[in-house]
Design a protein around this ligand. Structure first.
Ligand SMILES: [Fe+2]
Length: 278
C-alpha cells in the first residue's frame, strides 16, 4: 500500500517561495502526478491548513474578513486533480480552519475527525483544534489535543489492525495524561503524523509517552526552518507491506525565489524512517 500525507498547503495566501499561488498549485498537481506515475498511491491524507481562512495576525483570516474560504476554493479547484482514479481521500482541518462541523462538511464534504483502514493499518485522523469553532473574532485556533476516548473506541472496533495516529499537530507536553498512557500501553500504535510546524523532521513522543516517532508532513507553502532549503515544499510518502513500513519526505525539482535570490532545488527524498513489524 502507498499513502501520500501532506499538510499546510495555505492556498492563495501569499507568493511563498516566490511562486504565484496558482503556479504553486500547478506544481503540486505535477508533483503528485509524477508520484502517481511512479507507483499509484491508494490514499491521500490531508492534515490541515489549506488556507488562512481563520488567522489572528497581519491581514487576518479571509473568512471573517472577506467571506472568502480558500479551503473551499482549493477543494473545488485543485483537489480533484490530486485524486487519480481509485484514490481515497481524507481531510481534517488545521488551526486555520475553525469551521464547525456543518460548514466544514459544506466546504469540503468531510468530517472534522476521520479514519480509514488501508491494508492492515487503521489511520485515525483527529481534530487537534476542535474547540471554539465558528468564531466571530479572528483567532489562531484552540488546541485541544487528541480525543483518547474516540481513539480507544476505534481501536476496539478494529482489534486486528495496527494503528497510525494523524492530526494537524501533536504537542505531547499539552496532551492529556490519558493520551501519554495510551501511547505507552498500545503497541499497535506504530507512529504519529502531523503538520503545523512546516518541517519534514522526525520527532518523538518521548519517555513517558511511548517513545513513538512523530513524522512531520512538511508543507506546500513556506518552510518552518530558519534555513528554508532544509524543508522545501513537498509531501510524505508512506509505503507498507506485511513486514514493515517505510516513510520519506519527497520534494521535487523546482525554481524558487526567496528575498530576491533565485535558486533551483533537486528532487530529493529526505528524513526517511523504516519501522519493521514484529
Ligand atoms: Fe500551517
Amino acid at each position: 500500500m502507498k499513502v501520500v500525507l501532506m499538510s499546510d498547503i495555505h492556498y492563495n495566501c501569499a507568493n511563498y517561495f516566490g511562486r504565484d499561488p496558482e503556479v504553486a498549485m500547478e506544481c503540486l498537481s505535477e508533483d503528485l502526478g509524477a508520484e502517481y506515475e511512479k507507483a499509484p498511491y491508494d490514499a491521500l491524507l490531508l492534515l490541515g491548513d489549506y488556507s488562512l481562512d481563520h488567522w489572528a495576525w497581519q491581514t487576518k483570516g479571509t473568512y471573517l474578513g472577506a467571506g472568502v474560504s480558500n479551503t473551499k476554493a482549493f477543494v473545488e479547484k485543485y483537489l480533484p486533480r490530486l485524486l487519480k482514479k481509485g484514490v481515497e481521500v481524507r481531510m481534517i482541518p488545521g488551526n486555520h480552519e475553525q469551521y464547525g462541523d456543518e460548514l466544514w462538511n459544506a466546504f469540503t464534504g468531510h468530517k472534522r475527525q476521520e479514519h480509514i483502514v488501508l491494508g492492515d493499518i487503521l489511520f485515525i485522523l483527529g481534530d487537534a483544534y476542535g474547540a471554539d469553532l465558528d468564531p466571530i473574532e479572528h483567532s489562531d485556533g484552540t488546541y485541544v489535543g487528541a480525543d483518547v476516548e474516540k481513539i480507544r473506541a476505534l481501536m476496539a472496533e478494529y482489534p486486528d489492525k495496527k494503528v497510525i495516529l494523524c492530526a494537524h499537530w501533536f504537542d505531547v507536553t499539552r496532551e492529556s495524561e490519558d493520551f501519554r498512557r495510551l501511547l505507552c500501553e498500545e503497541e499497535r500504535i506504530l507512529c504519529l503524523f502531523c503538520g503545523h510546524n512546516h518541517k519534514s523532521i522526525i520527532m518523538n513522543t518521548g519517555d513517558g509517552a511511548g517513545n513513538k516517532p512523530i513524522l512531520c508532513t512538511g508543507h506546500y507553502s513556506y518552510s518552518g526552518e530558519v534555513n528554508n532549503i532544509l524543508c522545501p515544499p513537498g509531501y510524505r510518502v508512506l509505503e507498507f507491506d506485511e513486514s514493515g513500513l517505510a516513510c520519506k519526505y519527497v520534494t521535487h525539482s523546482h525554481a524558487y525565489q526567496i528575498e530576491g535570490v533565485s535558486f533551483t532545488t533537486e528532487y530529493a527524498e529526505i528524513n526517511a524512517l523504516y519501522i519493521p513489524f514484529r
